[in-house]
Design a binder for this molecule. Structure first.
Ligand code: ADP
Ligand code: MG
Length: 292
C-alpha cells in the first residue's frame, strides 16, 4: 500500500473510533487468520453480579457473606466488587482483616477475628486442602450455566458455594458472526474455569477456548494459536493482557480498558463495542487489496 492509501485507511478507521497507533498495523491486520479475545471485560461487560450463595451445613448466610466480603474489600478483582455490592445491599458492615493475601488467578485469603477465611476458584480450595467432593456437581451445573463458581472456606472447612455472572456485551455475538463471515477463526482466552468458559464459548460459537490461564500464561496461549505461522490478533483490556497484546501479530486494546493495555497495543478501539475489531479488519483488507 502507498503512504497515501495508509493515511486514507487510518483516517477512515479513526472516523469509526478505531485508532491505529502504528501505520504498519493496517498491513499486519489484513494478514490475520485468527482473532483471540480476552473474556472478562472484552467479550463480557466486566461487571459480574453475585447470582447464587449457598452455605453448607452449620453456617449462616449472613455470617459467611460478612466474612467473605470483608476479605474481598481489599481485592481489586471485579468478582470482589460483585460480592461487596451484595454485602452492601444486605446492609452488612465489614470486619477488619489481618494477613490479607491475594493469589493471582486463584483467590484471596485473610484472618478475621482469629478465623482463617479463603475465597476463590476450586483450584484455590484444592491447593489449600479444602475438600469439595460434596459440591462438585453444584459447581459443574453453575459452570454449565455460564456462571463462575467460587468457594468460601472458614477455618479449613467449606462454608459456601457462590456464583457470579458477567453479562456478555450486546455487541459480542454479532461481532463474532462478522469475524466468521470474514473467514477468521475466533478464540477466547480466560482465567475462568473450563466449564464456564466452554458454556460461554458455545453460546457465542467461538471455535477455540483456552481457559484457566494464569496471567503469565496468556503469551503462551497466543504462541500456541500462532503455531504453523498463523497470524493472530489479540483483543484485551486488562493490565494482565499487556504482554499478550505486545506479543500478538496485532494487539487490539479496548479504549475503556486500562492504560497499560492501551500502551501495549497496536490498535485501540475507542468504545467497548467489538464492532470496532470488525471495522478495523474491513478497512485493513480494503486498503491492502486496492492499492499496492
Ligand atoms: P479473569 O480475568 O479471566 O477472570 P483471573 O486470573 O483474574 O482471570 O481470575 C481467575 C479466577 O481466579 C477467577 O475466575 C476466580 O475464580 C479466581 N479469583 C481471582 N481473584 C479472585 C477474588 N478476588 N475473589 C474470588 N476469586 C478470585
Ligand atoms: Mg479482561
Amino acid at each position: 500500500a502507498t503512504p497515501t492509501s495508509i493515511m486514507v485507511g487510518t483516517g477512515r478507521a479513526a472516523e469509526l473510533g478505531v485508532l491505529f497507533r502504528r501505520g504498519d498495523a493496517l498491513q499486519s491486520l489484513s494478514n490475520v487468520q485468527t482473532v483471540a479475545l480476552d473474556k472478562t471485560g472484552t467479550l463480557t461487560q466486566g461487571r459480574p453480579e453475585l447470582t447464587d450463595l449457598t452455605v453448607t451445613d452449620g453456617f449462616e448466610e449472613a455470617d459467611v457473606l460478612l466474612l467473605v466480603a470483608s476479605v474481598e474489600a481489599t481485592s481489586e478483582h471485579p468478582i470482589a466488587a460483585a460480592i461487596l455490592r451484595r454485602a452492601e445491599q444486605d446492609g452488612l458492615s465489614l470486619a477488619p482483616v489481618e494477613e490479607f493475601n491475594s493469589v493471582t488467578g486463584y483467590g484471596v485469603s485473610a484472618v478475621i477475628e482469629g478465623r482463617k477465611v479463603l475465597v476463590g476458584a476450586d483450584r484455590f480450595m484444592i491447593r489449600e486442602g479444602i475438600a469439595l467432593d460434596d459440591v462438585e456437581d453444584v459447581g459443574m451445573k453453575l459452570g454449565q450455566a455460564g456462571k463462575t463458581p467460587l468457594y468460601a472456606a472458614i477455618d479449613g472447612r467449606l462454608a459456601a458455594i457462590i456464583a457470579v455472572s458477567d453479562p456478555i456485551k450486546p455487541s459480542t455475538a454479532e461481532a463474532i458472526s462478522a469475524l466468521h463471515a470474514l473467514g477468521l477463526k475466533v478464540a477466547m482466552i480466560t482465567g475462568d474455569n473450563h466449564a464456564t468458559a466452554n458454556a460461554i464459548a458455545a453460546t457465542l460459537g467461538i471455535d477455540t477456548v483456552v481457559s484457566e490461564v494464569l496471567p503469565e500464561g496468556k503469551v503462551a496461549a497466543i504462541q500456541k494459536l500462532q503455531a504453523g505461522d498463523r497470524k493472530v490478533a489479540f483483543v484485551g483490556d486488562g493490565i494482565n493482557d499487556a504482554p499478550a497484546l505486545a506479543h500478538a501479530d496485532v494487539g487490539v486494546a479496548i479504549g475503556t480498558g486500562t492504560d497499560v493495555a492501551i500502551e501495549a497495543a497496536d490498535v485501540v478501539l475507542m468504545s467497548g463495542d467489538l464492532k470496532g475489531v470488525v471495522n478495523a479488519l474491513h478497512i485493513s483488507r480494503r486498503t491492502m487489496r486496492n492499492i499496492h
